[in-house]
Design a protein around this ligand. Structure first.
Ligand SMILES: Cc1ncc(COP(=O)(O)O)c(C=O)c1O
Length: 338
């Protein structure tokens, strides 16, 4: 079945698979003390800045939770949107292992810096959880992208008031493509402190990186990573994938392809009278409203998520290996069924 369910549902890019096979030769030191990991770390420094520190974990949820944990004791809290993955889709892990979340109503998936000041009233009051981190998702859960200026305003607000900035960058590569700027320009240069940089959604088998653009925050991370059960003994297999992803701009090419397929999808859908696009199409997903009866019929042939049942809003997601033929087949079905 053709799938537009998630970039998590796609397979592994052949170059990543080759890298895994290549890494499989012989024995080498465990827990990240191997040559492949050293080379991957160098590539991260090249990408995010020479001072950046990085650690590799298995899951996006772990990258978020452990990255946040480095910035806050349990009496501190995280400001995020109500639709943030950390708030909606991580099974309470952030609250369980870090502290309270302060969800703020999103605007097209984004956090509006002008809505953050009320939290400052809690500062210094021991009866209140202390706001300590602002977490933004770039690109957002609605497929929208913060501009550099919007991010800079959030980082300035945070740092002026003694807060840190965390970025859930599960789809940061797609955001960088949308904005046509480097990963460093979207993170380190803006003042983001800790980034969860996604690999799995962009062609890897598994693996995410916790990037400390603020290197002081990394000092105790190895202890947090171990207690958080994310210190892989055979680390070389995550490192090898990241090494391949950051070589010859594979991360960029994969994200470019995925984003361009979403644009193609949106163009085709906008010509279907039964369909209304509901969000700007900036990365590799298309949100649209489709009549319920049509959704049910389409779902018997294609897999995709209904995002908002009442509004008949669906999310159609493309990935590094989505083809125009996949999309054309979907559009053809809509024409046949409507
Ligand atoms: C915005 C966002 N953050 C993080 C994640 C990572 O989640 P997981 O723990 O499933 O790897 C996802 C996965 O869907 C995501 O969409």
């Amino acid at each position: 079945m053709i799938s537009f369910a998630s970039d998590n549902n796609s397979g592994v890019h052949p170059k990543i698979m080759d890298a895994l096979v290549h890494a499989n030769a012989g024995h080498c030191p465990a827990y990240g003390n191997d040559q492949i990991t050293a080379e991957a770390i160098e590539l991260f420094k090249h990408t995010f800045g020479q001072d950046a520190k990085v650690a590799f974990v298995f899951l996006g949820t772990a990258a978020n939770v452990l990255g946040l944990k480095t910035m806050m004791p349990t009496y501190d809290g995280v400001i995020c949107t109500d639709v943030a993955h950390i708030n909606q889709d991580e099974g309470g892990a952030p609250e369980r292992f870090t502290g309270k979340l302060f969800p703020v109503a999103h605007e097209n998936g984004k956090l509006n810096v002008n809505k953050l000041s009320p939290f400052l009233e809690y500062v210094g009051n021991p009866h209140k959880v202390q706001p300590k981190v602002i977490s933004v998702t770039q690109a957002t859960e609605y497929g929208t992208v913060y501009t550099v200026e919007e991010l800079r305003a959030i980082a300035q607000f945070a740092h002026q008031h003694g807060l840190y900035v965390h970025m859930d960058g599960a789809r940061l590569a797609n955001a960088a493509v949308a904005l046509n700027c480097s990963l460093k320009a979207l993170t380190t240069d803006i003042g983001v402190d800790v980034v969860s940089f996604g690999g799995t959604k962009n062609g890897m088998m598994y693996g995410e990186a916790v990037v400390f653009c603020n290197p002081e925050l990394a000092i105790n991370f190895s202890f947090i990573q171990k207690q958080g059960m994310q210190m892989a003994s055979k680390m070389r297999y995550i490192s090898a994938q990241f090494k391949a992803l950051l070589t010859d701009d594979l991360w960029l090419k994969n994200a470019q392809h995925a984003n361009s397929m979403a644009k193609y999808f949106a163009e085709k859908l906008s010509k279907c009278s039964a369909v209304t696009l509901t969000q700007p199409v900036e990365i590799n997903c298309v949100f649209s409203r489709i009549p319920a009866i049509l959704i049910a019929k389409l779902q018997s042939k294609f897999s995709f998520y209904v995002w908002n049942t009442e509004a008949h809003e669906v999310r159609l997601m493309t990935s590094f290996n989505t083809s125009k033929d996949d999309i054309d087949a979907f559009i053809e079905q809509i024409h046949q069924l409507s």
